[in-house]
Design a binder for this molecule. Structure first.
Ligand SMILES: [Zn+2]
Ligand SMILES: [Zn+2]
Length: 483
């Protein structure tokens, strides 16, 4: 018997946690957090209780209440923790947090099956982002040890670091008796895959997040033609843009970006998604064509370095860009009144090595030569504009999605104020989505021709009824037998 239960991504975008059960094997397809549901309870200033993350998330319906799934340091505070896990793995489609974000709360002995690219990106989250990010290793919480000064007393221990079982998947791999086939697909982050999963009842296809208008549309095409060959009994498909027909793609964007950039006399400033290396590629190509260099952030440089170290191919190399070294902490970088090691103390360990890179660039160099650069500046970096001093005839190109909720609108209003202050308003908007258009989803369904379609990762699952005669519209946490 084969069952599918959606514990997330039901009538919402993201939060994929799809449990697939086949003859006693239990596998999750993704284990993500749903930002809209999370933000409906929490904000940057109203954080979850650090000592009861899992219990509170279960109470609020953000995590499913399942035994033998969660990390034991937290589980043992809620109920007796089981010795062995009751789940056989998580197949991760890609490293966006709406698919991977809740892996941090899983037991370390539940294997994660993911691509090289996904692992590398999750590693960069762990090492260079704020918040609770424990995707490739788990730091045990709530441990005590005898004090070093007085061994009769106890003190809080840092806890051991336990590596998770990360399995980098090959194109074909097995979990128990289930054969899984992984296909790289076009999306907006390195490492994205779709899957064909051969269960005892027949093949189940899972798209993860997919598009057909990026730099890798041929990958998505190949996946669709292969998936069709398995004569699937079920297609689990995303439908983020199921009501949108535009197929404006990455190469259209690159063309328009070139047109816009070629006669700018001042500095070009932009914001594009931090981990979208295909968008970075568009900016690198255009920068080269208009005799400029793209300047990326330390965090992006760290991601490129980690991807390269993990053997991920077909991504920008770090020597194709310049790396912006902002002032931080005491702001004493380059101030000779402070010794070198004091200047270094303004930076985290992972940031320090980039200070010596020959392609690192400081604000003074950009101020001296604004015509030489395209400067990427995201929301958190707007404050550096005081040092960057965009001269007259500079432009700002917004290359991220339009605000979709109140919080994003509020942030955009803040961005606008900064842009007005620095005479960069109005801005230019150039973006293409990471998700397939309605027409492309319809064509995919037609080509794969599954027996049944389960729409997930969409706010409008009912739209799918016009695309296929057998739509299984899931309810949250409801188990469906698939045959
Ligand atoms: Zn997603
Ligand atoms: Zn995604």
């Amino acid at each position: 018997m084969t069952n599918v239960t959606a514990f997330g991504a039901v009538k919402e975008i993201g939060g994929n946690k799809l449990l697939l059960e086949d003859k006693g094997t239990k596998v999750f397809l993704d284990f993500g957090l749903c930002f809209s549901r999370m933000n409906s309870f929490f904000s940057p200033y109203l954080r979850p209780r650090s000592w009861e993350y899992i219990k509170d998330f279960i109470a609020l319906g953000l995590l499913p209440d399942l035994e033998g799934l969660y990390r034991q340091d937290y589980e043992s505070r809620m109920r007796e923790s089981i010795e062995d896990p009751l789940y056989d793995g998580v197949i991760l489609s890609h490293p966006h947090l709406d698919h991977a974000g809740f892996i941090s709360y899983l037991r370390s002995d539940i294997p994660i099956f993911c691509s090289q690219g996904s692992k590398a990106i999750l590693q960069t989250f762990e090492e260079s982002s704020f918040g609770f990010h424990e995707y490739t290793r788990l730091k045990e919480n709530f441990k005590l040890r005898p004090s070093k000064r007085d061994s009769s007393k106890l003190t809080k221990d840092k806890g051991s670091i336990i590596p998770r079982e990360i399995n980098i998947f090959k194109p074909d791999f097995k979990i128990d008796d289930i054969n899984v086939h992984a296909f790289p697909v076009d999306h907006s982050v390195p490492g994205a895959h779709s899957f064909v999963i051969e269960t005892s009842e027949g093949a189940i296809v899972y798209t993860g997040d997919i598009r057909f208008h990026g730099r890798r549309s041929n990958y998505s095409d190949f996946f669709v033609s292969k998936a069709a060959e398995y004569d699937p009994i079920l297609l689990l498909t995303e439908g983020t843009r199921i009501s949108e027909s535009t197929t404006y793609g990455e190469l259209d964007l690159q063309r328009d970006l070139f047109k816009l950039s070629s006669d700018v006399e001042g500095l070009i400033l932009t914001n594009f998604p931090i981990r979208d290396t295909d968008r970075m590629r568009s900016f690198i190509e255009v920068a080269e064509a208009v005799d400029r260099t793209l300047v990326i952030s330390l965090r992006q440089a760290y991601a490129l370095k980690t991807l390269e170290e993990n053997g991920v191919k077909d991504i920008p190399r770090i020597n194709e860009v310049s790396i912006f070294i902002p002032k931080k902490g005491w702001g004493v970088l380059g101030n000779n009144n402070y010794p070198n090691d004091i200047q270094l103390q303004d930076y985290s360990t992972w940031e320090r090595e980039f200070l010596d890179y020959t392609n690192s660039v400081r604000a003074e160099e950009i101020v001296a030569n604004p015509r030489k650069y395209i400067f990427r500046c995201d929301f958190f970096e707007l404050k550096h504009l005081f040092d960057i001093k965009p001269p007259e005839k500079s432009v700002y190109i917004r290359s991220v999605t339009e605000p979709i909720d109140e919080e994003m609108e509020l942030d955009q209003r803040r961005v606008n104020e900064w842009l007005k202050y620095f005479n960069l308003y109005p801005y230019h908007q150039l973006h293409c989505s990471g998700h397939a258009s309605s027409g492309d989803i319809k064509e995919m369904i037609n080509r794969i021709n599954p027996k049944q379609v389960m729409p997930i990762h969409t706010e409008e699952p009912l739209v799918f009824s016009s695309f296929h005669s057998n739509i299984l519209n899931p309810e949250l946490g409801e188990k469906y037998e698939i045959k």
